[in-house]
Design a protein. Structure first.
Length: 251
């Protein structure tokens, strides 16, 4: 039997990168997956790859009304929610002097507020289901700082501590809350950051060099741990951080 048979999952930022890889992996292990993101065309493409068990919903996860709609449609179709992968995120590079107020507000709205809103929204239905798993995509930069990440790193640090607080608060409900902390993953988001550099190839070499494994990460490097955290194999795991980083934090 697939590891996630009869499970229902919501994945945000599911149209590309880590979110897409997680959605595909969860579905392969038997989960019905609600794909959430802003670009309907991307979500529909992922849904086509998964098949009938996928439901694409275009939504802005920073807006409570959109979140209510995602939950209502998911519950109407499946009757329960067992897994939430909070993956949607933005990255604005810069020092504290360079980051604009608009960029700061957007970073915390998408990277932190949306995690809080979605997690809060699914708690009652997870309780009714007898438990669940909330998986937050944080970052190694939520553990260590870095140059030119004066908004992004603090936002991911907030996700790390929110993860731990929720894990403690909701353990008695059998709702587990964990965070995956990737290092530099090859996605459209990170490709855009590299492309804006004065010397993109030099930046790529520099990023690769700080990972002892000798390459940058791929979305599929993250999806396996997401499946583990969604499954009953991790029944005694909550409040934990999983640095999936090619050895970045070991240096």
């Amino acid at each position: 039997m697939p590891r996630l048979a009869n499970k229902v999952a919501i994945v945000t930022g599911a149209g590309s990168g880590i979110g897409r890889a997680c959605a595909l992996a969860l579905a392969q292990e038997g989960a019905a997956v609600t794909l959430v993101g802003r670009r309907r065309d991307r979500l529909e493409e992922v849904a086509r790859q998964i098949g009938e068990s996928a439901m694409p919903i275009s939504a802005d996860v920073t807006k409570q009304a959109d979140i209510d709609g995602v939950l209502a449609q998911t519950l109407s179709r499946h009757g329960a929610i067992h897994v939430l992968v909070n993956n949607a995120g933005v990255l604005h590079a810069g020092t504290c002097e360079q980051i604009t107020e608009k960029q700061w507000d957007e970073t915390f709205s998408v990277n932190v507020r949306a995690v809080w809103l979605l997690s809060r929204a699914v708690l009652p239905t997870m309780r009714r289901a007898g438990g669940g798993s909330i998986i937050n995509i944080a970052s190694v930069l939520g553990i260590n700082g870095a140059r030119n990440r004066a908004a992004y790193a603090p936002s991911k640090g907030a996700v790390v501590l929110l993860t731990k607080c929720m894990a403690v608060d909701h353990a008695s409900d059998k709702i587990r809350v964990n965070a995956i902390c990737p290092s530099f993953i090859e996605t459209e988001l990170t490709a855009e950051v590299i492309s804006k550099a004065a010397d993109p190839e030099a930046v790529r070499r520099e990023r690769t060099a700080v990972h002892p494994i000798g390459r940058l990460g791929r979305p599929e490097d993250i999806s396996g741990i997401a499946v583990y955290l969604a499954s009953e194999e991790s029944a005694w795991v909550t409040g934990s951080l999983f640095a999936i980083d090619g050895g970045y934090l070991a240096v």
